[in-house]
Each structure stands twice: as C-alpha cells, then as structure tokens.
Write a protein that binds this ligand. Structure first.
Ligand code: NAP
Length: 309
C-alpha cells in the first residue's frame, strides 16, 4: 500500500509531491487529464515569485515535475475515474486503465477548468489576446480597449482589475442584470473606464487571420442585431468548473462543486483525505496560492499519518 497518493499534476499537486517526497513518504502522483494543469495552457507567467524575467507556464510546470521526481516522487499518466474513501482502511483510487491504487492518505489537487464560450475563433485566439485570467495576462494589454464577458463577481473583478491597464473596458453580458454581488457591481459601475454592453452574446472573436485580437462581434439577443466592439483583448469570465466529479459521492462540496475543507486546513470530511489548489478554492485561483495550499496539504497529511498506527 502507498503512503500517499496525490491526484493532479498542477502547482498544488507537484508542491504536495515535493513536500511529501522530501518527508520520505514516497508519494505517487496521478497526473490526470491535463498533465501540468492549467499553467501549461498559458504562455508567460510573470507573477510567480522567483522568476524576475517571467517564465513560460509549461517550463514552470516541467521544473516542478523534475523537482518532485528528483526526490523520487513517481508520476503515473492516468486519470482517476472514481474513488473509495472509507472512514478507516485504505483509500482506493480507481484508474481509467482498470487498475487501482491503495493509499493510506490521499491529497486531491484536481484543479478547475475555466468555462469557455465554445466559439471556434475563441479557441484559435487563446493566448493571442483571448484569456480567462486577468491577473495572469492583463498587464500584456496596456492602453488598448478590452472586452470582458460575463455578469458574475469574476467578470466585475476582472473588469475592475483590467482598468489599470486598458484604455476602456466593455463588459459584455447576456442579460440586462448582473448576477454579481451589489458591492462588486457598484464598484464596477462607478469606474469611469467601464461600460456595459447589455443583452449581448459574443458571436466571433476577431481576427483569426491576423493571429491577434482586434475586436469582438456581439449579437443583441433582443433585436438580433450584430455589432463589432473594437478591442485588443478579450477576457472570458463566465465561471470555472472544478474537476471534482469523481468525488461527488464522498467529499463535501459547495453548490458549485468546490471541495469544502475544514476549519482553515486542508482536511476534507473524510479522514486521511486532503484537498488543495483550485478544486477547493473559487476565490484566489492563482498558481502561487495553489502551490501554497499544496504545501499545507502535504504537512497536514504527514502529521495525520504520524497519528495513525
Ligand atoms: P458565476 O457567478 O457563475 O457567473 C458566471 C457569469 O457568466 C454569469 O453572469 C452568467 O450569466 C455568465 N455566463 C455563463 N455562461 C455563459 C455563456 N455561455 N455565455 C455568456 N455568459 C455566460 O461565476 P463567477 O463570476 O466566476 O463566480 C463564481 C463564484 O465565485 C461565485 O460564487 C462568486 O460569488 C465567487 N467569486 C467571488 C469573488 C469575490 O467575492 N471577490 C470574485 C470572483 C468570484 P447569467 O448571469 O446570465 O447566468
């Protein structure tokens, strides 16, 4: 039986791996559907401390993987399909290849996937002006108009943050009312740089042929007319989907599927099962916060194991 199985290979998973490996717990890490996690989908990462000139997301994750493997963490290229987390006895991971892993403790670091609009042009312009993270990419777009899609707290937050860089921010929302909390809406609406395009859905991101964002075509859902909003970047803020479906029958989650951890720790409701990173965090969602909670989960798991027979 394994001491510790870690599910997920993003910043939280590899940080948990580094810490548990250095504690001689010989972790095994199941890398999941997207080895390296969300950071492998971005280009330059400029806000991860320690890299004065920035680092490519892929290179950062590759370095974390090598750092974990240097301390003998084993990485398995599989996906966890379902789990069995009993109150006592081994925790079991059922993998997509039909095999099982039994472990004394498990750290869940499965992350979250940004929700996208599903437009072909959006896909083609990702990392070329289309982004899902203003904190990560906003600073690349200075003194240009920017569009933000969505009407929730994330859209408000991203729009407000982007006014630091943008010449103008247009929030494109599909209804005539925001879903976001009043305080966030007030903040956004009191910002001179922010305007709203109501009742509108994105139809096409321009310009795929030019290989960069030059505008957004939107359709008004009331009168079906279309117009183009000139912009140099498009931030899609229509929510995230936590990758927690495999745990829905055994771990406590909030209404949006984020794993609930106990009393400001990484403990879940099941003994010996810990959660870290974006699968348990809808607020911060940064590489550095994921790494931080991965470290906390490793320490929580190590101390919990010490209390077991
Ligand atoms: P959210 O509350 O689910 O809002 C998603 C928004 O995107 C909604 O306005 C929705 O429109 C719109 N949308 C969804 N699918 C769309 C589509 N296909 N095309 C166009 N628009 C679409 O997600 P969120 O804003 O990421 O927030 C998630 C949770 O985190 C919430 O509980 C939120 O309060 C919390 N959060 C809090 C803070 C904060 O307190 N500072 C910051 C960020 C997030 P409809 O309104 O029409 O459904």
């Amino acid at each position: 039986m394994e001491n510790i199985a870690i599910i997920g290979s993003g910043a939280a998973g590899y940080t948990a791996a580094i810490y548990t490996a250095r504690a001689n717990l010989e972790p095994i890490l199941v890398s999941g559907q997207l080895p390296g996690g969300q950071l492998t989908q971005t280009t330059d990462v400029e806000n991860y401390p320690g890299f004065a000139d920035g680092i490519l997301g892929f290179d950062l994750m590759d370095a974390m993987r090598r750092q974990a493997e240097r301390f003998n963490c084993r990485t398995l290229s599989s996906v966890v399909k379902s789990v069995s987390f009993p109150e006592t006895g081994p925790r079991v991971l059922h993998l997509d290849d039909g095999s099982d892993i039994e472990a004394r403790a498990v750290i869940v670091c499965t992350g979250a996937t940004p929700r996208w609009l599903g437009l072909d042009s959006e896909e083609k312009l990702k990392n070329k002006g289309v982004s899902s993270c203003a904190t990560c990419d906003g600073a690349f777009f200075r003194d240009v108009p920017i569009c933000v899609i969505g009407g929730g707290d994330s859209a408000m937050e991203e729009a407000i943050f982007l006014t630091k860089f943008a010449s103008r921010v247009t929030i494109v929302h599909r209804r005539d009312q925001f879903r976001a909390s009043k305080i966030m809406v007030d903040r956004a609406m009191n910002n001179d740089k922010i305007e709203v395009c109501w009742n509108s859905v994105p139809v096409k991101c321009l310009d795929v042929d030019a290989g960069k964002v030059t505008g957004l075509v939107v359709r008004n859902v009331e009168d079906n007319t279309q117009k183009t909003i000139d912009c140099g970047a498009i931030f899609v803020a229509i929510g995230h989907i936590p990758n927690t479906a495999a745990f829905k029958d055994c771990l406590d989650m909030d209404d949006n599927g984020y794993i609930i951890t106990q009393n400001d720790s990484t403990y879940t409701n099941r003994p010996g099962v810990f959660a870290a990173g974006d699968c348990a965090d809808h607020v911060y969602r940064q590489a550095i916060t994921a790494a931080g909670t991965g470290c906390r989960a490793a320490i929580d798991a190590e101390r919990w194991l010490e209390t077991q027979d």
